[in-house]
Design a protein around this ligand. Structure first.
Ligand code: SAM
Length: 229
């Protein structure tokens, strides 16, 4: 048999390598105490988001699906001075706890929390920012049915070189049969990531306390073809 299970490995690497952001862990505890569903990313995945924001040099981050602000805190703490993060959630109870967590983390100046349906808010953002370079990093982690729509809207809000990260890209393997609406939404999103010329993407499978899942990571390419002005 194996010497340990995937949860034990996750706890070990979190302890040895990740050094979780205490503000983010506090946010997760408050969310749990308030009875919110424990569906925030794992600490090592939060750290991945933090590193991706830092490595890409992002200054304007968009997050779809705030919950209690756990991933928000991981990403916002990687922004350079003056950097901004817009995060959207349609559940006022989640947003209220997220606002407390973000304030306590000292990130209220950097984070703009919007309460409402993500598609509606993204369409408003696209109308008010027609230059298509409002964001250089997008994290999608809300309802799965609307993933293709979120990806299309992300394209209209991002410029060349932007990074798009999609959580739950494997969904316990359910993307293969795609028997329910959530799996169908994810699968359609993956098809878009593979077929839309402006996306250059891959998917990494993950295991751990959040089960068997994965991240899709994409880079947005210029709408112009290579060699064109
Ligand atoms: N990103 C968070 C983290 O890792 O800490 C977890 C987000 S949780 C998985 C998904 C969130 O998306 C929930 O808080 C839910 O209320 C929100 N949500 C679901 N459908 C939405 C919609 N149509 N518009 C905006 N938010 C939505």
């Amino acid at each position: 048999g194996l010497p340990a299970d995937v949860d034990a490995v996750e706890h070990l690497i979190t302890e040895l390598v990740v050094t979780p952001d205490e503000r983010a862990e506090h946010a997760a505890r408050r969310a749990m105490d308030a009875g919110l569903p424990p569906i925030e990313v794992a600490p090592n995945h939060g750290k991945l988001l933090h590193l991706l924001v830092a490595m890409s040099g992002a200054r304007r981050v968009l997050e779809i699906g705030t919950l209690a602000g756990y991933s928000t805190i991981w990403m916002a703490s990687a922004l350079p001075p003056g950097g901004k993060l817009v995060t959207i959630d349609n559940e006022p109870r989640h947003a209220r706890i997220a606002a407390e967590n973000i304030a306590e983390a000292g990130l209220s100046d950097a984070v703009d929390l919007r309460i409402g349906d993500a598609t509606t808010i993204l369409e408003e953002l696209a109308r008010s920012a027609p230059t298509a370079d409002s964001f250089d990093f997008v994290f999608i982690d809300a309802d799965k049915e609307n993933i293709p729509e979120y990806l299309r809207l992300a394209l209209s809000l991002c410029g060349d070189g932007a990074v798009v990260v999609l959580d739950n890209a494997v969904w316990h393997g359910a993307i293969v049969d795609a028997a329910d609406h959530a799996a169908q939404g994810i699968r359609a999103g993956l098809e878009l990531l593979g077929s839309e010329p402006r996306f250059d993407a891959t998917v990494i499978q993950t295991v751990g306390t959040k089960g068997w899942d994965g991240f899709a990571i994409a880079r947005v390419r210029s709408a112009r073809r290579q060699g064109e002005p």
